[in-house]
Design a protein around this ligand. Structure first.
Ligand SMILES: [Zn+2]
Length: 494
């Protein structure tokens, strides 16, 4: 087990995760302000989200529906009635001096997520992580620290952007069921995939629409839970794994040194690979939670929940199982799910593409190219019909694999305006399979390389590669490699 390599024998790691998901509603949680990412600072604000005296919040119905949908996708129980509380604390980017959140009556309880990790024998192991609760709250604004460091420490001045203030957030709190960094990472990845599948958020970690805090402790196996520390704002799956690993080893070293772990909030420094104390952890009583008198209870009667349940899509685990059933390798199925590429895959298969070929192109070239251009599949304009056409052009010998990659790049460059066949025609990408023309080029190459030809004739078969290369060069890569090989062999061996 990896966790044994992580800690000394007899010790185990205990991790629970709190994941914040920004909902992709058009308007904020308590007002009609826009939620668009990247607008000019402080342009999407009003008296409600900047906490002006007397301004009254009204709950966003779409946000409640989305929260219920995600709760159902996580197998949770939806509370028939729940309410909002005020969580009191001062923070410059929280203008009201309290955050509206949920306290003793969260919207969702008792969920779970089953994640897949690679076991010691290389096989797939499934692990269940319980979800304690899922509650609704609002996001804070953003502080921008101006200066050399980019952090509060060492800044010349700080600016505040309230555009994010009041954007609906869901906090998904897991039970401390996680025992190793790999499972923590798999949980975060799977939760992200479920969020994408339900469509309640774009789940982009780099834009902060999913953020993760990790509660970490260590204990002797079989003993009670140790004191935990909370690591804030881990902004990638990789950071989560590294931070948990570091923190577990730090805590064990402190304990074995005779020290005591304090309950505290720590910051993960990605560049130095260490966690540092941010503040000694507040206890829940410090927040003076009380019901928000400005907001009514949220009622979710069974018929309303059932109606939302009908919107539940196929969930990632089921999608992966369906794809592997079609012959798609497990890793590729996971890549397609994680990149929200399954609808395009399904469309390609419906349009006649082989499932394995469609998956191979999508999980390989397409995902790679989109990542390089920082483009989403939807924005690329690539459709399943394009993909089916591409595989057809390969199958009938019009395009080699190399030319097909170029045609695919052309489709994406045109944002889907040109089909693979159109790109191939525009750029003259079709393979030269006109035998007469190819024969002339082959004859020229054979005549120009007597030494290589002699070597091949005397048994150095590999040398033919050099001649194939020359034919390719002469045809700008458009010769059909199979045909070229055949013609060269006939020309050389007779
Ligand atoms: Zn507002």
């Amino acid at each position: 087990m990896t966790s044994q390599a992580l800690l000394d024998d007899g010790w185990e790691l205990v991790v629970g995760l709190e994941v914040h998901v920004e909902l992709q509603t058009n308007t904020k949680m308590w007002c009609g302000c826009s939620t668009v990412f990247g607008d000019e600072p402080n342009t999407n604000v009003c008296e409600v989200c900047t906490g002006q005296p007397g301004a009254l919040p009204v709950a966003n119905e779409q946000a409640v529906r989305d929260a219920i949908l995600l709760g159902l996708a996580l197998q949770g129980r939806i509370a028939e009635r729940c309410r909002f509380h005020r969580k009191n604390y001062f923070y410059p980017d929280l203008a009201k001096n309290y955050q509206i959140s949920q306290y003793d009556t969260p919207l969702v309880t008792d969920g779970e997520l089953v994640v897949e990790v690679t076991g010691d024998d290389g096989g797939v192991e499934r692990r269940r992580v319980g979800i304690e609760r899922l509650h609704m709250e609002e996001d804070t604004g953003k502080s921008l620290h101006v200066g050399d460091t980019g952090r509060l420490h060492g800044a010349d001045r700080s600016l505040i952007d309230y555009n994010r203030c009041g954007i609906p957030l869901l906090e998904v709190v897991s039970h401390p069921d996680i025992r190793d960094p790999e499972t923590a990472q798999a949980y975060l990845r799977e939760l992200q995939a479920v969020v994408v599948a339900t469509g309640v958020s774009d789940a982009r970690m780099e834009e902060g629409s999913i953020r993760c805090d990790a509660n970490v402790s260590v204990r002797r196996v079989g003993e009670e839970l140790g004191t935990r520390t909370e690591i804030k704002n881990l902004n990638s799956v990789r950071s989560l794994g590294r931070a948990v690993r570091y923190e577990a080893q730090r805590q064990l070293a402190v304990i074995q040194d005779g020290g005591v772990i304090r309950m505290e909030t720590r910051h993960w420094d990605e560049s130095r690979g260490v966690t540092e104390v941010l503040r000694v952890k507040e206890s829940v009583t410090d927040y003076r939670y009380f019901p928000d008198p400005d907001l009514v209870e949220v009622l979710s009667p069974p018929q309303r929940v059932e109606e939302i349940a009908r919107r539940l899509p196929e969930l990632p685990a089921a999608t992966r199982a369906r794809l592997t059933g079609l012959g798609v390798p497990r890793e590729q199925a996971a890549v397609l799910v994680a990149n929200a590429a399954v609808p395009v895959f399904d469309e390609a298969v419906a349009a006649g593409a082989e499932a394995t070929a469609a998956a191979n192109w999508l999980a390989g070239d397409v995902v790679g190219q989109l990542a390089a251009e920082d483009l989403s599949l939807a924005a690329s304009g690539l459709t399943g019909a394009h993909l089916a056409e591409l595989t057809r052009l390969i199958d009938d010998g019009t395009l080699s694999n190399t030319l097909a990659k170029e045609a695919l790049a052309g489709v994406i460059a045109s944002r889907g305006a040109s089909s693979p066949a159109a790109v191939a025609a525009e750029r003259g990408l079709e393979q030269v399979s006109d035998v007469g023309e190819l024969q002339r080029i082959v004859d020229d190459v054979v005549a120009a390389n007597p030494d290589t030809v002699a070597a091949i004739r005397s048994g150095n078969d590999k040398a033919i590669g050099a001649l194939v290369g020359q034919v390719m060069k002469a045809t700008k890569g458009q010769a059909d490699p199979r045909k070229t090989n055949e013609l060269l062999r006939t020309a050389i061996h007779g």
